[in-house]
Design a protein around this ligand. Structure first.
Ligand code: PNW
Length: 469
């Protein structure tokens, strides 16, 4: 507000009705890994195998959110969020992947959703955040088989039918790219004379050609799930995906470079985002040297590109910097400099402008009409200070910068309808265990006590003002 109580002209406001959300996923916070009839997931198996996760951490107990959900919903309300993106653990609902549903598993999500609604928080459910029922891994080799895509749709149809009176927004699958590339093509890297396996569950080592088929089954699972939601949820239910788009950032903001970056983003997301939004694979993708071509039918492509109500993108870092080129394919990649700043995670190259370009390209390449930022956040080296507070100034810097770029996009008419901060609270990280803290709320993993960080206060004020503060 300006001095006279009028909105100041420098206020960087978001559109009215903007959703201010926080996000989590089931395996990373729930714990209760074998309670109330839940079946094992591939992440239970993977984390129980010594050496796979730093310090041999696992999600067995995690944040014990399964039992503390009421406290957690109250804290989400306290940080000022009006939306919460949580994920549903498939093996809680179908312990065996398919067959008879486990009513106790569903009961948990009903309690959680009811608590959110009572607190005035809009539930956004993600239906797959990588915790595949182990039974489907054993039976079908997971997403190597189309049977898994079909089983996914059956599970989704059931959930949408059961929760449809209360949950109006669904994300089918979280980060296709991460679980496909990371899970089905693990790679060895040498670090200090030791060989480290990079990747995660189910830790398969497929060829490039085989990997393309897995990608195809993942996007097919998404399309079948969209159809299942249309068939089983009340009309008005909205659905989209949550993909970690890799974004080409133009090195100069001039039309020729901007166009080159769009071409690069479209091509480099060909196996996921592009086929889901365009209904065909690009010629370049199909012709990639040594990559083979997935087997698919025209009907499957139609399903994969089922119309969506919104698109969700997880935005953390620039994928590449790009400049225009006279040579094919019309763009050239610029390597990221060794001294380029990054956040605590070494992969987390810092450049807030990726937020602007990610949102803008969803509109300019694919004419998206409703966009959600389904994840954005960073790990920082948080400690409880002598005064009992957690001074995560770098997370505040990060949020102000990224949300500033998102506000820039909305002010130019890019239709962004909400933002979900990753994460609501510190949690289990897929490879780093409990060492990497992404939360607005600090969690002491000995006592499970939760404490809002400095950044939680920033978020609350931004949400209250619906503006960058
Ligand atoms: C996301 N990258 O994964 C996941 O959806 C979350 O489950 C996870 O906790 C979070 O990020 C933080 O790690 C990512 O390389 C994986 O740019 C890779 C990247 C970004 C996010």
């Amino acid at each position: 507000m300006g001095a006279a109580g009028t909105p100041s002209t420098s206020e960087r406001r978001f559109p009215d009705g903007f959703y201010w959300g926080v996000a989590t996923s089931s395996y990373q916070i729930e714990g209760a890994w074998d309670e109330d009839g839940k079946g094992p997931s591939i992440w239970d198996t993977y984390a129980h195998d010594p050496g796979n996760i730093k310090n041999d951490d696992s999600g067995d107990v995690a944040n014990d959110h399964y039992h503390r959900y009421a406290e957690d919903v109250a804290m989400i309300k306290d940080v000022g969020a009006n939306a919460y993106r949580f994920s549903i653990a498939w093996p809680r609902i179908f312990p065996d992947g398919v067959g008879k549903p486990n009513s106790k598993g569903l009961d948990f999500y009903e309690r959680l959703v009811d608590a959110m609604l009572a607190a005035g928080i809009e539930p956004f459910a993600t239906l797959y955040h990588w915790d595949l029922p182990q039974a489907l891994q054993d039976r079908y080799d997971g997403w190597r088989s189309k049977e898994t895509s079909k089983a996914f749709a059956d599970y989704v149809g059931y959930v949408a039918h059961q929760l449809g009176d209360r949950v109006k927004h669904y994300f089918t699958i979280n980060e296709f790219r991460s679980f496909v590339e990371g899970g089905y093509q693990v790679v060895d890297v040498k670090v200090g004379g030791k060989t480290i396996q990079l990747g995660g569950a189910p830790a398969m080592r497929l060829t490039d050609a085989e990997l393309k088929q897995v990608r195809h089954h993942a996007v097919l699972g998404h399309g079948l799930a969209v159809e299942a939601i249309r068939a089983s949820a009340p009309s008005g239910t909205k659905v989209g995906f949550a993909e970690n788009i890799r974004v080409a950032v133009p090195i100069i903001d001039e039309p020729e470079h901007v166009k080159a970056a769009e071409a690069a983003t479209r091509e480099r997301n060909a196996g996921f985002m592009t086929v889901m939004l365009e209904g065909h694979y690009t010629d370049e993708y199909l012709a990639e040297a040594g990559g083979g071509s997935p087997t698919f039918t025209d009907d499957e492509l139609k399903t994969i590109a089922s119309p969506l109500d919104f698109v969700g993108i997880n935005v953390y870092r620039p994928g590449w910097y790009v400049e225009a080129s006279d040579d094919r394919p019309g763009y050239r990649e610029i390597p990221i400099n060794a001294s380029h700043p990054h956040m605590l995670s070494s992969w987390h190259v810092l450049d807030a402008e990726v937020m602007y370009w990610a949102a803008r390209q969803m509109q300019s390449i694919w004419d998206a009409k409703s966009i959600f930022i389904t994840e954005n956040g960073c790990a920082t080296s948080d400690v409880v200070a002598d005064d009992g507070r957690i001074h995560d100034t770098d997370r505040v810097m990060f949020m102000r910068a990224y949300l500033g770029q998102l506000q820039r996009a909305t002010s130019e008419g890019v239709p962004v309808d909400g933002y979900f901060h990753w994460s609501a609270q510190d949690n289990f990280e897929w490879v780093d265990g409990y060492g990497n803290r992404f939360g607005l709320i600090y969690v002491d993993f000995e006592t499970l006590e939760r404490t809002p960080k400095l950044s939680a206060g920033w978020f609350r004020e931004a949400a209250r003002r619906n503006a960058v503060v």
